[in-house]
Ligand binder design. Structure first.
Ligand code: MSP
Length: 529
């Protein structure tokens, strides 16, 4: 049997400092969509997510809650797993950095890097951002504050171990020369290159002594390993790197794509490649950086009172409507703004009117004009059919190109153009008039075939991100599994004779009353604080 191509995709491992909101759920939703797309393209996929459980931030949160850090992260891990289950995230593994399978490997990696001379002992004096657990130089600060989160930094001095980044400067630059597409979108790569790589890398402080919730350096246990060195290695420890069983590692490494938010590009675009170079391991193929879901008044934050939790939307509007909104909102790696108004409008216009009505009208007309059977394909019988076919096939190519490059919002946008074009086709062909004309039978059959076939294509295209809706369309049109494949997208002749559609299908989405729903979301946001 032919060996399947493999595809390894990761989400960032999350800090379990509190419940996840729709912003944090975004990386995972994107990663899951890429996984589902790749599966449709015949890949054997592996999706990793998990929790980044060490560090001062977690220790502080646990103390505030009157718990040990371990008790706190155990509780958070259960919440995270429940959320991914609710969101039907099909992760193959869930790694926690407090697990022995991870901590043991990190100890060994640290030792190895020390023995090799990549890590050395020194003194650290610098400016430190506690929430980001990162040291900065004066020049990296923005208006004297942390360049990542904008909060105050503190002066800190401690004995510490350092990673010799300077040694790898040249190799990293060469790597970027040879792999100009390593980070996407390109403008994010340029920012990183110009602001951090080109000016010259500083050696990185890779241990802390100011707290103890972390992996201890074996040979010097008053030091704990810097949380980012600990966290980044999850991508390989989860695959069994360095363990007795490296089957998964050999099969899936290097990663095909690490999905990350824009705030953690530096760690993935500089530290991670250098750690891997030091370990003599191949580098991941791609870092895909997305923007942030923002609120009108800035970042989502509990203290501002503008947090939206995924459960609020999923429990009322369904998983697909929630995922559709999240994925559609962030274009081209840039930030997007969540507003309840927008959410409801997208639900009503995109899902209910455009997609829902297209299916509803098609099923209704096939029943009315063709006794419930999808007619046989008889090619394009006129220019209108030809135009629809050409347009759709072209749009499929465009959407596919976006999926291939992980531009999910753009892919969705292009798919919705097919939906709009298909709706327009109904108006252009006016089946209700054809039904009254004497020789309209052939034409009406062609229209019904084209509508059913376009809906079949649309159901395949939306499958990676709104699978429940896709399955409902297949089921109402009675499309069997063998015609739900990506490969069947590129031509028109497919649906077999005597395919009987449902007599009366449930609507995919029921139109929302804007006023009522606005108050539901706004009240829900207040209550969930
Ligand atoms: N623990 C690190 C990642 C280590 S990976 C080796 C971390 N965790 S995090 O919980 O703070 O963030 C996890 C992910 O959620 C990041 O990719 C971050 O960019 C993303 N997001 C957090 N808030 C977000 C939004 N409001 N919108 C979109 N993504 C957001 O960073």
């Amino acid at each position: 049997m032919e060996k399947k191509k493999t595809f390894y995709i990761t989400t960032p491992i999350y800090y379990p400092s509190g419940k996840f909101h729709i912003g944090t759920a975004y990386s995972t939703t994107v990663a899951n969509t890429i996984k589902k797309y790749k599966e449709l393209r015949g890949y054997e996929t592996y999706l990793l997510t998990g929790l980044d459980e060490h560090g001062q931030k977690i220790q502080t949160v646990a103390e505030k809650r009157g718990m040990t850090p371990q008790e706190h992260v155990d509780e958070m891990a259960n919440l995270a797993k429940e959320l991914w289950k609710l969101m039907k995230i099909e992760n193959n593994d869930f790694i926690r950095t407090t697990e022995t399978r991870h901590t043991k490997r990190v100890e060994e990696i640290f030792d190895k890097l020390m023995e090799q001379g990549d890590i050395y002992k020194g003194q650290y004096e610098g400016l430190y951002c506690v929430p980001c657990e990162t040291f900065f130089t004066e020049t990296q600060l923005v208006n004297g504050k942390c360049p990542d989160c904008g909060r105050d930094v503190i002066s800190m001095k401690e004995e510490a171990y350092f990673f010799n980044m300077k040694k790898y400067q040249k190799r990293l630059e060469e790597f970027y020369d040879e792999h100009p597409d390593f980070i996407e979108p390109a403008y994010r790569k340029n920012e990183l290159f110009n602001n951090f790589i080109k000016p010259g890398l500083e050696d990185l402080c890779v241990t802390r002594t100011s707290f103890d919730w972390g992996i201890k350096v074996k040979k010097d246990p008053k030091h704990v390993v810097y949380v980012w060195l600990d966290a980044l290695t999850n991508y390989i420890t989860a695959l069994g790197y360095g363990s007795e069983d490296e089957t998964l590692f050999n099969k899936f490494w290097p990663a095909d794509v690490h999905v990350v938010g824009k705030d953690i590009i530096r760690f993935h675009g500089i530290y991670w490649p250098i750690f891997l170079m030091a370990l003599d391991l191949p580098l991941p193929k791609k870092i895909f950086a997305h923007g942030w879901i923002m609120m009108k008044d800035g970042k989502m934050s509990k203290s501002v009172g503008n947090v939206v939790y995924p459960e609020l939307l999923i429990n009322r509007y369904g998983l697909d409507a929630t995922k559709y909104y999240l994925l559609r909102t962030l274009m081209n790696g840039q930030d997007g703004i969540f507003t309840p108004e927008d959410f409801i409008d997208r639900f009503n216009y995109d899902l209910c009117n455009d997609l829902g009505n297209l299916l509803n009208r098609t099923i209704g007309m096939i029943n009315k004009y063709c006794e419930g059977y999808i007619p046989e394909y008889s090619g394009c019988i006129n220019e209108v059919d030809k135009d629809l076919e050409e347009y759709t096939l072209e749009q499929i190519k465009v959407s596919e190109e976006h999926f291939e490059n992980y531009r999910i919002a753009q892919a969705i946008q292009e798919i919705w153009k097919i939906i709009a074009r298909t709706n327009k086709y109904i108006d252009e062909t006016a089946p209700w008039i054809l039904a009254k004309s004497e020789n309209g039978k052939e034409k009406i059959e062609s229209v019904m075939y084209h509508l059913a076939e376009n809906l079949r294509k649309i159901a395949i295209l939306i499958k990676p991100f709104i699978e429940e809706t896709s399955n409902k369309i297949f089921s109402q049109l009675n499309i069997k599994k063998d015609l739900q494949t990506w490969d069947s997208l590129y031509k028109y002749e497919h649906i077999p004779e005597k395919t009987k559609v449902i007599e009366k299908g449930e609507p995919l989405f029921i139109r929302l009353n804007k006023e009522e729903e606005l108050s539901y979301i706004i009240e829900g946001m207040k209550k969930s604080l």
